[in-house]
Ligand binder design. Structure first.
Ligand code: CA
Length: 226
């Protein structure tokens, strides 16, 4: 899950960034409207957290422009003023939700979970692929009733694959969604992570179809039917 945070108050932006990274999200931050809009319109995000009042281009304007360009990434607007007019304006601009500042970080996380639940079918925060169950709230992973222990990054990788089950994902795309835009992750590192995931979710279940599939020279796919 890759998130763009557009917020001009550095203290708030940095604390959101830090908190989200601890939750294993990959985060990019922009500190003004123009660069936020540039990133939002050229990079591929799963969610955009957008401050209402920004220098350059405000949050409402950015949201309107993105929707006009048929970019439908979920948008959460942060607003400093608890005014009905602001909320209505925010939602009218094409944003999906809003949050009034100051807010508790837990509340932000709950809103993010609600927004990311929308595009894929999930039951009680669980993604299910061929008997593998990935709980995106408790971070619990189970197959055949057995609990599988994963590191944070392994979990983030598996969650991204499960969220896009049955789709072939390129290595670049996986890296940009699971690690940060500016991190120096090489395809070799991803291959090592995939190898570890296979050891944990496929190899202990030899009687079952493997779920992780390599698409030679391109990337990977998580699927229960080959
Ligand atoms: Ca602001």
């Amino acid at each position: 899950m890759r998130i763009l945070v557009v917020e001009d108050e550095h203290r708030i932006a940095n604390s959101i960034n830090k908190g989200l990274e601890q939750e294993t999200y990959a985060v990019d931050v922009a500190y003004d409207g123009e660069s936020g809009y540039d990133l939002a319109s050229t990079e591929d995000y799963d969610l955009i957290i957008l401050d209402r009042m920004l220098p350059g281009m405000d949050g409402i304007k950015i949201s309107q422009k993105l929707r006009k360009e048929k970019i439908h990434t979920p948008i959460l607007i942060l607003t400093a003023k608890d005014q009905t007019r602001d909320k209505v304006e925010g939602l009218d601009s094409g944003a999906d939700d809003y949050l009034v500042k100051p807010f508790a970080f837990e509340e932000l996380l709950a809103r993010i979970r609600a927004l990311k639940r929308r595009p894929v079918k999930t039951v009680e925060d669980t993604l299910e692929v061929g008997g593998l169950r990935v709980n995106t709230r408790t971070y619990e992973v189970r197959r055949e009733g057995k609990t599988i222990k994963l590191s944070q990054k392994e979990f983030a990788l598996l969650e991204y694959l499960a969220r896009n089950a049955n789709k072939i994902l390129s290595k670049d795309k996986i890296i940009s969604h699971v690690w940060n835009y500016d991190s120096d992750i090489l395809p070799n590192t991803l291959e090592a992570f995939i190898k570890n995931l296979r050891k944990k979710i496929d190899q202990p279940f030899p009687k079952r179809q493997p779920l992780i599939h390599t698409v030679r020279g391109f990337g990977y796919k998580l699927s229960s039917d080959g």
